[in-house]
Design a protein around this ligand. Structure first.
Ligand code: GLN
Length: 446
């Protein structure tokens, strides 16, 4: 009731939620009370949370912040949603996001952008901006998100939260509306690494319904928080501190690095020579996969359908033209172009090769260091509208986050200071399945 009251009081302004499921939440909370009373409660029983509106939820609409899915109600829960439900969490609703998770500012949402609770004239980040805004505004202690190119880490950094993108395959993608299937991964937002450890333990695990989910045991992440920092080697890639990084943001990250040194970690200067190619590589691979994934929204099977079509082609083109916003249409066109005959070798195939080079950079680095540290974003949150009309400038801001997705690695953003009254984040990247190490290193810092 406390959290629902906060939502009612402030979400008219913050716009973190697309759908609030008040009645279902109160019913679930009563069930949680009963579990607490009869001794069957677990650590997450009764903990409120919001789900990014990209996770399918049985009986509750899933819009993906698109007109295309404005009235779509899924007939089943995403695996991550089902697992968290099983752990006893109480969902308060569905969080705002960039349309189909394409964006960095939440401004591509059909329902309008979420606002940053630290300064409502600024972006909450994207694409999981509503999830971040909800936790930062005190609407819920936890939120789910997805991270294809930074969509959990970037909004976490801009709203002062801890946000984790696990290893590709750690959490099931079943029931998550697909954006770029080789990059998409479910993640979470919380106020601390400790809360995230609890949440990830409930979300992760093999799922036979997702052929890319990892057949790997889920460790006790809470127990792993005790891993000592002394003796750990943390790499500081010089490419992450080059031109383009706001000086004050870089200084905040360097102060965190100094704190790690004092806590007993060894800081090592490293190089990731190909990470400078991450943004162009990502913006070929992600739109290519998106153009294929979004082909299913044809106005026939589900989603928005244009009125009185003249013929089949008119039905397709008007349904898609009306249902998708500008950024989604732009991505579909870029994707169709880079996959088309005559351009495939020059763009898509080339991007796949560079993707391997980027992954190899990390592999080489992790032969010598346990973790990598850098900034999450080049600057603190900017003003709503500032980069809205300049997609390329917005794409370039993904410079520090997309490489972990291209390499399939787990990465986390945690608050590391304030710049002109706004939070900024540091990013830790680990080798595959080192979520426990990432959370422990963050916990030691926090
Ligand atoms: N900002 C990136 C993009 O627009 C990442 C989005 C995401 O991780 N879903 O594609």
């Amino acid at each position: 009731e406390h959290f629902l009251a906060r939502i009612k009081a402030h979400d008219g302004h913050i716009n973190a939620l697309i759908t609030c499921t008040e009645n279902e939440a109160l019913d679930d909370a009563r069930r949680a009370d009963a579990a607490l009373a009869d001794g069957t409660a677990g650590a997450l029983t009764g903990i409120p949370l919001v789900h990014k509106d990209i996770f399918l939820t049985e009986g509750v609409r899933t819009t993906c912040a698109s007109r295309m899915l404005d009235n779509f109600v899924a007939p089943f829960d995403a695996t991550v949603v089902a697992k968290l439900k099983q752990a006893g969490v109480v969902s308060l609703g569905k969080a705002n996001m960039d349309e189909f998770a394409m964006g960095s500012s939440n401004e591509t949402s059909y329902y309008g952008a979420s606002r940053n609770p630290w300064d409502a004239e600024r972006i909450a980040g994207g694409s999981s901006g509503g999830s971040a805004a909800a936790v930062a505004a005190g609407f819920a202690p936890l939120a789910t998100g997805t991270d294809t190119g930074g969509s959990v880490r970037q909004p976490a950094a801009l709203t002062g939260l801890t946000g984790l993108k696990p290893t590709y395959g750690r959490c099931s993608r079943w029931g998550i509306v697909a954006f770029a299937s080789s990059l998409d991964q479910a993640g979470g937002f919380a106020r601390s690494a400790e809360d995230l450890a609890l949440m990830l333990g409930a979300m992760a695990g093999f799922d036979p319904k997702d052929s890319t989910s990892a057949q790997q045991d889920v460790p006790d992440y809470l127990a792993e928080l005790a891993q000592p920092l002394a003796g750990i080697k943390i790499g500081r890639p010089r490419e992450f501190f080059a031109a383009g990084l706001d000086a004050a943001t870089g200084a905040a990250v360097d102060a965190a690095i100094e704190q790690y040194r004092q806590l007993g970690a060894e800081i090592v200067d490293i190089s990731l020579p190909n990470v400078g190619l991450s943004v162009p590589t990502y913006y070929v691979v992600a739109p290519a996969e998106a153009s294929s994934n979004l082909a299913r929204f044809d106005g026939v099977r589900y989603g928005h359908r244009a009125d009185s079509p003249a013929n089949l082609k008119d039905l397709y083109s008007r349904s898609r033209g009306e249902g998708f916003g500008r950024e989604v249409q732009r991505r579909i066109m870029i994707g169709a172009y880079v996959l088309s005959h005559g351009y495939y070798d020059a763009y898509y195939l080339q991007a796949q090769k560079v993707r391997q080079l980027i992954a190899a950079d990390f592999e080489r680095a992790f032969a010598n260091v346990d973790l990598i540290i850098g900034p999450t974003t080049p600057t603190p949150a900017y003003k709503l509208g500032e980069k809205n009309n300049d997609p390329v400038t917005m794409y370039l801001d993904d410079i520090y986050t997309v490489s972990a997705n291209l390499a399939g690695l787990p990465a986390l953003s945690a608050p590391c200071g304030m710049v002109e009254g706004l939070p900024v984040g540091m990013q830790l990247i680990g080798p595959q399945f080192a979520e426990g190490r990432l959370l422990a290193a963050t916990h030691a810092y926090q």
